[in-house]
Design a protein around this ligand. Structure first.
Ligand code: FA5
Length: 345
């Protein structure tokens, strides 16, 4: 029996050595180590052995099994490695070939301008606030000193959804919402970018849906000087150090006094040309000191607190900055237009 086991081991090891494929190796495993294999067969005859010989044979049989298993495992690893080698050799990549360029998209010009404005104000300590686009009449108008039936509501033609709900016509309702949250305690220092909607007829400078960025500062001792200084920094950073600003008296129900801000025309430098209609100035935003009624309605003591607010249209700012002549370019998604802003910064 001992002889038989040794012969089986030698035969198996030789076959394993000669195996060239994983399948052949598996066949050998089944043939020699399987339940119906010759080693099992030999072990079945152990009953006829003497009690002394039986453990010796058992141990030998285990040694033989182990030797065969080990050899199979080593060979399997070698065959697998060879298979990988072969595959790699057949799939060699020519690293000298030029790569296929990856098409990189770019930010929409409007997104760029909005992010630039956000960064600028964040740098001055402002927080970014947001509010709903479907807004309550209360926040869009009433809390901003525009009670129902007020004639100044006609300044902004609105899309009403129900009597009390509308698509917000400006970002100023975020002012009212934010102040309300502060429960009468300053300081408040926010900007709110977002979409707004008006029943305006679309033309080169008007869109029925556009963006606005609102700014609001409320604290003790805030003055018109703070407003002017802030807007000056904004204009110079946005359009260039050589640009000047001026504030013109205007009217908004939620600010008193109210102003509109002009900057010197980039084209003529203030001399007067057809872009600025000969005035040397271009209007870019509305602003003013927060009306005491608005402060009081939001829970602030208007004797203690004052504030300023401003609201601008980033489309108009982007048009001025990049010399774009029609607001509709922002919304028609013409790739030829959008590609012009693919500058790597
Ligand atoms: C307002 O909407 C005020 N809420 C701004 C404000 C805020 C004033 C805080 C005072 C204090 P106005 O209607 O002027 O103001 O709009 C502000 C800006 O939005 C305009 O300067 C313009 O740039 C832009 N804008 C207005 N209507 C349109 C439109 N139909 N299409 C594109 N941009 C527009």
């Amino acid at each position: 029996m001992e002889q038989k086991l040794k012969e089986l081991q030698a035969e198996a090891l030789q076959k394993i050595e000669q195996a060239e494929e994983l399948k052949a190796l598996n066949d050998i495993r089944v043939a020699f180590l399987g339940k119906k294999g010759p080693i099992t067969e030999v072990l079945r005859g152990m009953g006829q052995l003497s009690a002394e010989e039986r453990p010796k044979m058992g141990a030998l049989a285990n040694e033989v099994r182990e030797a065969i298993s080990e050899k199979i495992e080593t060979k399997q690893k070698a065959l697998e490695a060879a298979a990988v080698e072969k595959q790699l050799a057949s799939e060699t990549i020519d690293i000298t070939l030029p790569g296929r360029p990856v098409k990189v998209g770019n930010h929409h010009p409007l997104t760029k301008v909005i992010e630039e404005i956000e960064d600028l104000f964040i740098g001055m300590g402002y927080k970014v606030a947001e509010g709903p686009e479907v807004e309550k009449d209360y926040y869009n108008f009433e809390a901003l000193n525009l009670p129902k039936g007020h004639p100044a509501r006609d300044m902004q033609d609105s899309f009403y959804i129900t009597e009390e709900l509308l698509l917000r016509t400006h970002t100023s309702p975020v002012q009212a919402r934010t102040m309300e949250k502060h429960e009468g305690k300053g300081p408040v220092k926010i900007i709110c970018p977002g979409k707004v909607y008006r029943r305006d007829n679309d033309d080169a400078t008007h869109s029925h849906q556009f963006m606005q960025i609102e700014g609001l500062v409320v604290d003790e001792n805030i003055t018109m000087g703070d407003l002017k200084g802030t807007l000056q920094v904004f204009a110079k950073k946005m359009f260039g150090e050589d640009r000047e600003i001026r504030l013109r008296p205007s009217f908004f129900p939620f600010t008193e006094p109210s102003v509109e801000m002009d900057i010197t025309c980039k084209i003529c430098g203030g001399e007067g040309c057809n872009v600025c209609k000969g005035t040397g100035w271009i209007e870019i935003l509305g602003a003013g000191m927060v009306h005491p009624n608005v402060l009081e309605m939001a829970g602030f003591d208007s004797k203690k607190y004052t504030g300023f607010a401003f609201g601008m249209g980033p489309e108009r700012i982007a048009m001025l900055k990049y010399g774009i002549d029609d607001i509709r370019h922002f919304y028609t998604n013409d790739i030829r237009f959008l590609k012009q802003f693919a500058v790597t910064e």
